[in-house]
Design a protein. Structure first.
Length: 341
């Protein structure tokens, strides 16, 4: 073989080796993870509407099996998390010195295929607290902690990178000791619904009927005290749907709620202050709300033996406040005669 043939073969071999190395470049890159550099520490200021005992919670997010309510953005078919080896993300939430703080680790994630490169970015931050009313009329603060994990998987052989962001919004209510995974008010490319619930001390817990009764109690109180007539309109529709779907038609209250009977009795006791306030504000001047409180759906939720409903006139029509008052007309002569007497 001539010398220039050997040189050509060597150059070709080196070129092939270089091309293969370039194709396998992601396999030689070390998987990495980091926190978002542009976010401050996840801290939320507490106020007089927060329980002094606060929150002390350790939460583990299983990244390859997201709980229901997790929001996915980006690539979802397939999503990057489905291509990972089993992994968890640990978050600690605690209140101290007038602040709520969330701290978390930054685990390095690995793909099931060892020739893929995985880059992970973590974010954790609080948004501005909001307020809600409790059935007693007190105000409780709601803090929302956003937990975000973005995974980018780059395959070998010039495969298209797969990037998916998973987000969980934790609603934290220190006054009630409750932490919920909230998703109803957010949009995403996909919302996880096929897995189990997050391991959190949720505000609504128990069976479907028990959670429905808790929702109907707390949401009615918040809507009434905050004068949210638009929200109460939606609440009435939801209450009607729950009663039609979850109660037993031929059973009396509270047993129409089956295993939720005890929860129905508890709700009936706790709703009393709300009904007192509702009468004081003339049922928010809402005929729809008055009809609901006096109607059969309300009775199936809270019963018909409510003290405020029976004794304080909630069964009457809500008018201007003077509709049912009888006035006596006193003439000037009669008034002067009474003065002389």
């Amino acid at each position: 073989m001539k010398r220039w043939h050997k040189r050509t073969l060597c150059i070709l071999a080196l070129g092939v080796a270089g091309l293969v190395a370039l194709a396998y470049r992601p396999a030689f890159c070390r998987d990495c993870a980091e926190k978002n550099k542009f976010l401050r520490d996840a801290i939320s200021e507490l106020s007089k509407h927060d329980d002094a005992q606060g929150i002390n919670l350790h939460y583990t997010w299983h990244l390859t099996k997201h709980p229901n309510g997790t929001l996915l953005m980006g690539d979802t078919q397939p999503d990057a998390f489905s291509m990972l080896q089993p992994a968890t993300w640990d978050i600690d939430i605690r209140t101290q010195n007038g602040k709520m703080e969330a701290t978390c680790n930054t685990p390095v994630l690995h793909a099931q295929d060892s020739t893929h490169w995985v880059k992970t970015e973590y974010r954790a931050y609080f948004t501005r607290p909001t307020l809600r009313y409790t059935p007693s009329g007190n105000i409780a603060a709601e803090h929302r902690l956003h937990l975000c994990c973005q995974v980018t998987i780059t395959p070998s052989f010039w495969g298209k990178p797969i990037r998916t962001s998973a987000t969980q919004i934790l609603r934290i209510i220190p006054n009630m000791g409750a932490v919920d995974l909230e998703s109803a008010y957010y949009t995403a490319d996909k919302i996880v619904t096929e897995n189990g619930e997050a391991n959190l001390p949720a505000l609504y817990y128990g069976t479907e009927r028990e959670k429905a009764l808790q929702y109907l109690l707390y949401e009615l109180a918040d809507g009434v005290y905050s004068h949210n007539t638009a929200g109460l309109h939606e609440y009435i529709d939801k209450a009607t749907e729950y009663v039609e779907r979850l109660t037993t038609a031929d059973a009396a209250w509270p047993y129409c709620w089956q295993e939720g009977a005890a929860e129905a009795k508890r709700a009936a006791q706790l709703i009393e202050p709300t009904l007192t306030y509702l009468q004081e504000v003339n049922c928010l001047d809402s005929q729809e709300l008055a009809d609901f409180v006096n109607g059969p759906v309300f009775a199936r939720i809270f019963g018909t033996e409510l003290k405020k409903r029976e004794t304080n006139g909630l069964l009457d029509d809500f008018g201007s406040g003077t509709d049912n008052i009888e006035f006596e007309i006193i003439t000037e002569d009669a008034f002067l005669n009474d003065e002389k007497n």
